[in-house]
Every structure is written in C-alpha cells, then in structure tokens.
Write a protein that binds this ligand. Sequence first.
Ligand SMILES: [Zn+2]
Ligand SMILES: [Zn+2]
Length: 297
Amino acid sequence: MKKILKSAVLIALFSAFSPVIGGSSPQRGSPPPPGPPPILVKIGEDLHMIQNPQNVVSDIGAYGGNISVFLTPEGVILVDSKNERMHDDVVAKVKSLTDKPIKYLILTHNHADHSGGAAKLHDIGVTVLISANDRENMAAQSNQQALPEIGYSGQAVIVMGGKEARLREFRGHTRGDTVVYFPADRVIAMGDLLTTHEDIPPIVNYGDGGSWTDWKKSIDEILTMDFDTAIPGHGPAVNKQQVRDIRNKMVAIQERVRALNREKKPQEDITQILVKEFNWGAGPAAGNIAGMMQEFR
Ligand SMILES: [Zn+2]
Ligand SMILES: [Zn+2]
C-alpha cells in the first residue's frame, strides 16, 4: 500500500487511542423518537455520502452528521464517523459498496456528531486524523473517550490506490476545521463550516475557537478552490453557487448584527429581527447571537 502523509507540520501525536473513562456510551437524556435511518447517497463514481434523510436537528442526536465515503482500489477513506451507536450501520453501508477495508478516518472537527464513532473505527484498524487544533479541543472535553492518533496542521494529503484526498485546515465553526478535497471528483467535504438545510442553520462554536470573521475568510478561500459539489456537515450536498448563496446570507447576517449593535439594540430585538429577516437566530442558532454581538461590536 502506498501512502503519503505530507503536511506543513505533521505531528504524530499519541500512538494509540487511550481510553479515558470506562466504556460508558455518550447517550444520555431522552431524545425525541428519531426519523427514518440514514441513507447512502451517490455523489460520484467512487464517492458517496451517508445522510440523515429528514435533515432535522432532532436526528443529529440519534444519527450524527454526514459521512463521506471515498472508495479506492486499496481501501476506503471516510470523512467523519457519526456517533458511536451508528458504527455497525456505517460499516454495513461501506460493505455494501466495496469489499475493501476502511483505512482512514478524517475528522472534520471535534464535535461528537462527527467524531463519536472514531474510537470504534480505530478498534477495527482504521487510522484516525484530525487537525492538531481540534485534537486539542477534543482533549479538553472530559467526556471524550479516545483521541485520534494523528494531528496535522495546515494541510495534508492521503494518497491511496492512485487516488487523492487533500486536507486543508480552516478556522470558522471551530479553531481547526478540516475540509477534504477530492480533486478527481471535484467534490469538497466541508464539515460544519457548511450546513445546507434551513432546519440546521450554520453556526460557529465560540467555545471551540470558532469565529464568524474567520468563517467568512475561510469560505471565501474555499470558494477559490476547483469544486462543483460540496458535502456539508448536515443537510444535502449542494453545488458551488449554493455555497456562495449560504456565504452571502451569513455575511448579510453579520453586517446586520454590526449595524444593530451600533444602534445599541438589545439581544431580544436583534434575535427577532434576524429570525424575521433571515430565518436565522432561532433553534440551534439562538445560542450564537450573544457571541456574534460581541464579535461584531
Ligand atoms: Zn455537526
Ligand atoms: Zn460541529
């Protein structure tokens, strides 16, 4: 097997997954009854995504976010892992596409709906990568059971079976989001830097080092890349123009918050205005507004 891992700074951090706390599942509380289970969606000849068909927030707890499945003659590269309890379903879906083993798991960021399945995949021999920045985020979470073996900074590339997956690190949703570019397919997997369904709006996670200012810079840089299709962290795949539209909407929201801040509008008024004008600011976005007001002061 030919593999090259190249990066500006490639840091091989701890050599193995180290269990931190006993094997308790992260499942807690009583989530609403989940909708229909995730489905396989074909994106390209060698590229599929595993997507929750209803694209609603309540299914994130049950099923996690999107997974990209990249097939090569020597094995499979996954982008994101859903959560731990989806492990068997994810492995079965990959098996329905190929008899080759899963070799690599690239985590777009540290949130459990994307990284929660990593430990079980590692246990079946999968090598797990994440940005060194988000690996630090992960290490800071006391409920995190295991840490990826490899943390990279800036960029990296995995070449396997003559096919390439190029990793680039951006700040936005967290301090070290990974975007994975598949040049042969002209497809990019963006993690939670991009969400595409109105019910699951884009947010940044300030606690994990996210920033709307950097999100805008990152999306603008990503839009210079040569892709036709973007796989988001949540919601259906979209084309490049749709990424541009989402970028423009979020930038308009930022500008609106800046103007309303200047008028010294209280948070409740700003929230109401954003919901009315942009259908953004309720649900998962509600918790983002105080941070946004600070950032755009
Ligand atoms: Zn997510
Ligand atoms: Zn996230």
